[in-house]
Design a binder for this molecule. Sequence first.
Ligand code: PAF
Length: 319
Amino acid sequence: MNDVVDIAILGAGAVGQLICHQLVTAGMNVGFIGRNALRPSQQTLSFTPLVSANNCQQQPQEIHYSVPIFAADALDNIRLVIVCVKAYQVLDALAPLLKHLPSQCHILLLHNGMGPHLALAPLIDGQAGGRGLSLGTTSQGVLRQTRWQIKQTGQGLTQFGHFAGLPLDEHYRRALLHAIPGSEWVDAIIPCLWQKLAVNATINPLTAIHNCNNGTLAQPKFYDTISNILDELVNVATHDGISLDRHYVQERVYRVIELTAANYSSMHQDIAHQRRTEIDQINGYICERAKAHNLSAPANTKVWGLVKQLEAEHHRGIS
Ligand code: PAF
């Protein structure tokens, strides 16, 4: 068996650790890139699986396992980097690593929101040796309990697709689909990212602004705001050449509200913990694309501004 670690995850947040766990469980050799690590080390991770619906009496067993952490300049064997940092960190985290990654190493972005792929594609596309860029989105629910301890809170669809440069090698494609439950490879990933953007552009800012869990948004008083955000999103996407089924998009948002009713969205958690949010890459991205097409997007502009205000209040220490 080949024990060389050839898959690296950049970003050890909740999603990064969940993907790591799923790949390790499927027998793949995975490690994290330690952005400030000067020498290689090992880290023990803890994972609590989802309680299965027909076995809710039994406490799920916490699983512990160990993975390598690489120094950022020791990445010679890496053939696939899965980028799980926050959308606003992608460029700053990845650009300095590109010179340390082998020329045939493929990059896969997996984060909420949109935008970084546009800035990254030119850096990948023109590279000698044939680098490639794939994009993905996941709706799996996961909660980080302590720095290296996560708990899965929900199942969900994960979609991957090619975006620029050379396609991902078939071996890694198959391995990802085998390892990640409910995952699929799609021919056109951008429409899937817009559909996920619709979920994040409604649930995330509204739960942050109204300080509520996802399920609260099923109340009729939120209906018009959700509808207006989605009208604008679908219109902007159409001008970007992406045709979305308006009815289906709204149905999907309400299905996620129902399925994750007890959860607090990632943006709610970011505001609660006084962290920066991904609002610029979610509603901000919609507003920027609207501006590029000379369209107005008042509902998205409004929630974008309100969340920026919440971030600024925390920054100034007001609560
Ligand atoms: O960002 C999140 O929290 C999640 O993507 C979602 C689907 C909105 C559920 O909370």
